[in-house]
Design a protein around this ligand. Structure first.
Ligand SMILES: [Zn+2]
Length: 247
């Protein structure tokens, strides 16, 4: 019996070539460095020596999550957050919470789950960090407020009204400085999913072009962040026609 509630926060096509982790690399957010409103978290790094086994997969992702959590999300420090693996043919990443603990009013526990197949394909390291930051935005969102609010979120997501939710999550990751990584990840995903899934992907999440426009807008006018949080853009024209976008 699966006692964890699946939110459907899947990221099809998330995969990493084992060799990507065979060398030391870092994936610091870069798009916020010149801006006063977007922080520049410490880089997250992966040490060499990981093998494509279940334990190594978990260790790699756990290391990245810990680093991103410390640099970008210190407020998540008290949160019970664990990394798990799962098997799937189509989904490679998902964020879940323990429904049993939710129902029993116990301390909340969250899971970032990764598909073991993520080592069988090649994804940009910077993109991996960015999509993990996106997942941590989900965790932060789910961990805020009382259980009634969380229950509302669960219902919202389960009904499929998640497009704005996912794009707002992207927006927060961009605000944290992961815009460039997110662009790299999306470009990679588009090339590594069935063509039938591409339209849905582009609808559900910001495309690289849209992310670039969001970054340019925020650089010129940081107040756009508050506007976009309330009015989540669902297309490129909705971004560029936002009040205060062009100065
Ligand atoms: Zn998501």
């Amino acid at each position: 019996m699966n006692l964890a509630l699946n939110f459907g926060l899947h990221h099809k096509g998330f995969a990493i070539n084992a060799f990507a982790f065979s060398l030391f690399f870092f994936c610091a957010p870069t798009d916020g460095r010149a801006q006063t409103t977007i922080p520049t978290p410490a880089p997250c790094t992966v040490q060499e020596g990981f093998a494509p086994s279940q334990d190594a997969t978990s260790a790699t992702i756990t290391s990245l999550v810990t680093q991103i959590r410390q640099s970008s999300y210190p407020q998540l420090a008290p949160i019970d957050l664990r990394v798990k693996t799962f098997h799937s043919n189509a989904d490679y990443f998902q964020t879940r919470l323990s429904l049993s603990r939710f129902v029993l009013l116990r301390r909340m526990r969250y899971f970032v789950e990764v598909n073991l197949d993520l080592f069988s394909r090649q994804a940009p390291a910077q993109g991996v960090c960015a999509i993990l930051a996106h997942e941590l935005v989900h965790v932060a969102s789910l961990s805020q407020g009382n259980r009634l609010r969380r229950f509302g979120l669960v219902r919202l997501i389960s009904k499929g009204f998640s497009r704005k939710f996912e794009r707002r999550t992207d927006l927060e990751a961009i605000h944290l400085g992961y815009g460039d990584g997110l662009k790299a990840y999306r470009a990679w995903v588009y090339a590594n999913i069935p063509s039938a899934s591409l339209v849905e992907k582009r609808k559900r999440y910001f495309s690289p072009e849209e992310i670039s426009s969001l970054q340019e807008g925020l650089k010129r006018n940081p107040e756009l962040l508050a506007y976009w949080r309330k009015h989540v853009p669902l297309s490129l024209p909705e971004i560029t026609s936002s009040p205060g976008y062009s100065h």
